[in-house]
Design a protein around this ligand. Structure first.
Ligand code: FES
Ligand code: FES
Length: 157
């Protein structure tokens, strides 16, 4: 067990957990941030995706000890009221079906838009195809990402 200090959604947190506990369980079980979902546990489905400095990372692949001193954002921290352009676009395009994959998908989209503010369909498909949506919401996600990209670009001075 180790005492681990990390920042989550702008707040400094201290947790005492086994060193090799995957960060997804620290978020869900210790910090009660259950928006982050557990799927495969092997880094292949994307349901546990969170942001680190704007970049999408898979929290099932980060042992707690390696999360020490790092700064993460989960779906709960993206906005207080679902007003982030990605969340707005997801609602406006009615993307979610069962919803299980969607927090990870939204944060994956945020990571994509940070790298590519005006992504092509190919860039969108490449970024999203690594994450699994069993409900097949990929066409609606593509529309939502285009909508969010436009909103984010319009926000910039
Ligand atoms: S649970 Fe992390 S990638 Fe599947
Ligand atoms: S909305 Fe059901 S798995 Fe993606």
């Amino acid at each position: 067990m180790s005492e681990i200090r990390l920042t989550v959604n702008g707040a400094k947190r201290v947790v005492t957990v086994d060193d090799d506990t995957p960060l997804v369980w620290v978020l869900r079980d210790t910090l009660a941030l259950t928006g982050t979902k557990f799927g495969c546990g092997m880094g292949v489905c994307g349901s546990c995706t969170i942001l680190e400095n704007g970049k999408a990372v898979r929290s099932c692949q980060i042992p707690a000890i390696e999360a020490k001193g790092r700064n993460f954002v989960t779906i709960e921290g993206l906005s207080r009221d679902a007003s982030h352009p990605c969340q707005r676009a997801w609602i406006e395009e009615d993307v979610a079906q069962c919803g299980f994959c969607q927090p990870g998908m939204i944060l994956t989209a945020c990571g994509l838009l940070r790298e590519h503010p005006d992504p092509s369909d190919q860039e969108i498909d490449a970024a999203m195809s690594d994450s699994v949506c069993r409900c097949g919401t990929y066409p609606r996600m593509r529309k939502a990402i285009r909508r969010a990209a436009a909103a984010l670009r319009a926000r910039k001075p």
